[in-house]
Ligand binder design. Structure first.
Ligand code: ARG
Ligand code: ZN
Length: 879
């Protein structure tokens, strides 16, 4: 690969750009095989001693001129992805013309082709460093410029021409060609550049911003999916209104385009005025989109839109600051979804995601701070840590400031940094100054990797009627960071009496005496908090609403957790009490202890919840779900993932037996409601519960549950019920599975998003049989290594989403993945590197598996010609 950086880039080495660009004028002559890009850059010199050096990767330079004068061969140099023009002066205009080959671009970075040569369309992906594959430029986010873009192409082949900015003319050219021009008045970094050209259709809506700007909203897709754009259009409008109300932020161009593509490395991209989405996160149709996906679409549409202020208007100084825009935007997205739906449920989903993805990352060889200190391939840092933990840090700080204080701080942040590139220090300074607070202590959270562990011990003094909560924190070492320091950890808490009633709190030294909830901040290694006037030995409810991204250990008796599971009005902590009970029950099974009451308490409490009429069915579904296989092994060593799976299933079986015949009757009750074709929240919640009940029922009475599932499959009006049924049949190896799979394959033969589910559900079949299935599916004509969604559906679901199938004791799963990584890396390094993170937990595996993995990783890492993306991941896995 040409982008191979063998020496890491370090945050500590940051220096301001020696050259800036005030305006960029780009002209594209577009075609499938060869495009020409002409760029005019108006240069501003910041450092009198630095020669002009511009990034450029794999560009075929056709012409170069400075201030209108063509340059001779000795007046420029292009080597090692850098163009040097020593003669450039302050105020010079550099003109370059290059040739690109979009149809040959399999990395899907820069300008590439989506779909077939005959019917597909051209598009770009520039974040993080794709713009340098389009033209020569100081391709770093702290160089902000004003862009004007002209697109020219054959009208019949490329009827639609889009770029970010306001339309500034369009018309015919000679020879059946046409053009369209766009001007963006807002200065922006190069990574937000985008264009789209080809056969696309659109749905549109008129919108007027709160400050009175009329805006055309347009969602674009290929013709076959145009009827699937309506939901996203509604979601976009909701997101725009919400940002006006919650943050006073208005949209700032006359048009807003959103385009769907099936060929995309990531989820979606917030290019200024021209968002580009993986079709999976934009197109919605009940026949192929599950309820979970509907919610994901709404969230991602919101996320990309919110970037217009957090990311685009205020951008990042350098890529180390990535969480400045991503963590903050995920937080805003979470607030948006919470405002529209059930907040406790959203919180449960987000924490479950954090634990499933970020905690393992933070506990393994790939651990890095939310603001990393160095990287080789920045694309490897679009991680759960930067996104999800980053969002938790913003949430923690927002909680510290309160809603009004946070809004004040955000207003100051926008006012101060609009049109500029900022740092995480700038962010904390604005939030702090607007509130007369010093938030600098929170910077430590951004610099220190690893999940802090908090241990809580409570002691009741009957005579003094006081309750002392003793808290300790420590963070285990992570790669490159052997020593850790204490962090400020806000712990939201409440106390319950033994009847499950909230107690008034009288905390020593605190103002609001008598409230039933308070926040204490643990900012030393060890601290105690004393509550007075506590009339009875209390049960503490700690870390309510997950007030900090930590792992909490508290010396609860199982009965205490059962009490919280039954009574805590904080929906999140109620779920959390159940998770902890289930985890303890699982550990007791693992260790062969039968003296532990957790299992009995967990099952009994859930039996009561099961019949609780006022409980939201979606919340009940979550209560009935124990922690996942990856979460359960948190902190363990010598892990045998197959055993983890078997024991977790045993736990579920106990629950299923406890619920007994209620499972069948609840299933029939939920099926009889007759709302299967509705998308409203109550209907979705019932489907969610029905899916969970069916899965539990299949553990207890397989024959009856399979028959019901087969019927559900056949009659389902939408994908949610159909896929839920198919999953039970396939994963439990029901006799009806083969017929259902064949039906699904035929029914959705032409539908990429549905077929991805067909691949994924089979790749996730637990146990040793999965690998043979995955191999067989590679021979399906619909499988291709060139499409990231398909690769993720088959190989990704197997390696990331099927621990008991991937971690075969014989290592065949590992050998399979290593071979596939080798092939994939040559085509698409970003997707290969992401897939390789499936090996993340390898050093905590039991010795047999661990040795197999070590050897395989070392073998692959030793190969020449790996991309810098994959090479970096392998090096960190092995360090
Ligand atoms: N900024 C995009 C988002 O909304 C993600 C783009 C990531 N691209 C990449 N090549 N890593 O989260
Ligand atoms: Zn983002």
């Amino acid at each position: 690969m040409t982008d191979r950086h063998d020496t890491p880039i370090r945050l500590a080495d940051y220096t301001p750009p020696p050259w800036r660009v005030s305006t960029v004028d780009l002209a594209f002559d577009l075609a499938i095989d060869a495009c020409e890009v002409t760029a005019h850059l108006a240069l501003v010199r910041e450092d009198a001693n630095a020669p002009l050096r511009l990034d450029g990767e794999g560009l075929e330079l056709l012409a170069i001129a400075l201030d209108g004068r063509p340059l001779a061969a000795g007046e420029w140099r292009y080597a090692d992805d850098m163009l040097e023009v020593p003669g450039a002066r302050d105020g010079s205009v550099l003109e370059t013309r290059v040739r690109l080959r979009p149809a040959d671009n399999t990395a899907l970075e820069g300008l590439y082709l989506s779909g077939s040569r005959e019917r597909g369309f051209l598009l770009t992906q520039c974040e993080a460093q794709g713009f340098r594959r389009i033209t020569f430029f100081p391709d770093r986010p702290d160089v902000l410029a004003c862009y004007s873009v002209t697109l020219r192409a054959d009208r019949a082949r490329f009827p639609v021409l889009l770029a970010g900015g306001n339309p500034a003319g369009a018309g015919d050219l000679d020879d059946g060609r046409h053009f369209a021009r766009f001007v963006d008045p807002h200065p922006r970094p190069s990574y937000l550049f985008a264009l789209v050209a080809g056969h696309l259709e659109h749905r549109e809506r008129d919108y007027v911003t709160a400050d009175g700007r009329p805006v055309k909203l347009k969602i674009w897709s290929e013709a076959d999916a145009i009827d699937r754009c309506g939901f996203a259009l509604d979601a976009l409008e909701r997101a725009m209104r919400w940002d006006e109300q919650a943050y006073g932020r208005n949209y700032d161009l006359d048009v807003f385009h959103v385009v769907a593509t099936h060929d995309f490395n990531m989820g979606a991209m917030e290019n200024k005025g021209l968002n580009i989405f993986n079709a999976k996160y934009l197109l919605a149709d009940p026949a192929v989109t599950t309820d979970d996906e509907y919610r994901a679409i709404e969230a991602v549409v919101g996320h990309e839109y919110f970037h217009n202020w957090t990311g685009n208007r205020v951008t990042c100084r350098d890529w180390f600051q990535l969480s400045l825009k991503e963590g903050l935007t995920v937080f805003r997205e979470q607030q948006f979804i919470a405002a529209l739906h059930v907040p406790a449920l959203k919180r449960i989903e987000d924490v479950a995601l954090l634990r499933r993805t970020q905690f393992p990352e933070d506990a393994g060889p790939l651990a890095h701070p939310v603001r990393p200190a160095e990287y080789r391939a920045i694309d490897n840092f679009y991680t759960a840590t930067v996104y999800e933990k980053g969002a938790e840090l913003v949430r923690m700080i927002a909680g510290r400031l309160g809603a009004a204080g946070f809004r004040r701080g955000m207003d100051l942040y926008f006012a101060r940094h609009d049109g500029r590139a900022a740092t995480i220090e700038d962010f904390l300074a604005a939030l702090g100054e607007a509130n007369g607070l010093d938030l600098a202590p929170y910077l430590a959270w951004y610099a220190q990797a690893g999940t802090p562990r908090v241990t809580a011990r409570g002691e009741y003094d009957e005579v003094a009627r006081s309750y002392t909560l003793q808290l300790r924190q420590s963070t285990p070492p992570t790669p490159g960071q052997p020593e850790k320091r204490p962090l400020p950890i806000p712990l939201k808490l409440a106390l319950f009496d033994r009847e499950g009633r909230l107690l008034p709190l009288h905390l020593d030294g605190a103002a609001s005496a008598g409230a039933t909830e308070c926040v204490v901040v643990l900012d030393e290694a060890e601290q105690s908090f004393v509550f007075r006037q506590v009339e009875t030995p209390p049960v503490p409810s700690l870390l309510r609403d997950f007030s900090a991204p930590v792992i909490l250990a508290c010396d609860y008796a199982p009965a205490d957790l059962a009490l919280l599971l039954a009574h805590d009005p904080d929906g999140f902590n109620r779920w959390e009490a159940g998770q902890q009970l289930a985890r303890r029950a699982w550990q007791a099974l693992r260790d062969g202890r039968d003296d532990d009451a957790s299992l009995a308490h967990w099952c009994a409490a859930l039996r009561r919840s099961f019949d609780e009429a006022s409980l939201d069915p979606a919340l009940l579904a979550e209560l009935l779900t124990p922690p996942g296989e990856i979460e359960l092994t948190e902190g363990d060593t010598a892990v045998d993932p197959v055993r983890v799976h078997v024991l977790r299933e045993r736990l579920e079986r106990h629950l299923a037996d406890t619920l007994g015949d209620r499972l069948a009757s609840r299933y029939h009750e939920l099926s009889a409601v007759g709302d299967d074709d509705r998308l409203d929240a109550p209907a979705q919640a019932r489907r969610r519960l029905k899916r969970r009940v069916l899965a539990l029922w299949a553990l207890r009475d397989p024959a009856a549950a399979f028959a019901a599932a087969a019927q559900q499959y056949a009659r389902a009006p939408g994908m949610t019920d159909r896929l839920a049924a198919l999953t039970v049949l396939v994963h439990r190896e029901a006799p009806q599975a083969a017929a259902a799979l064949a039906d699904f394959r035929a029914r959705h033969a032409e539908d990429a998003l549905a077929l991805d589910k067909w691949f994924a559900v089979q790749a996730q079949q637990p146990g040793d049989a999965a690998l043979a299935r995955v191999r067989a599916l590679e021979a399906d004509p619909a499988f291709t290594m060139k499409n990231p969604n398909r690769v993720r559906a088959l190989w990704g679901s197997y390696a990331h989403g099927n621990p008991s199938g991937f971690h075969r004791a014989d290592g065949a799963g590992y050998r399979f993945l290593i071979e596939r990584l080798r092939a994939l890396d040559a085509l698409n390094p970003q997707v290969a590197a992401r897939l390789a993170t499936a090996f993340n937990g390898w050093s905590r595996l039991e010795p047999g598996r661990r040795e197999i993995v070590r050897e395989l990783l070392a073998g692959l890492a030793a190969e020449p010609r790996l991309s810098s993306n994959l090479a970096e991941i392998l090096a960190r896995l092995l360090a």
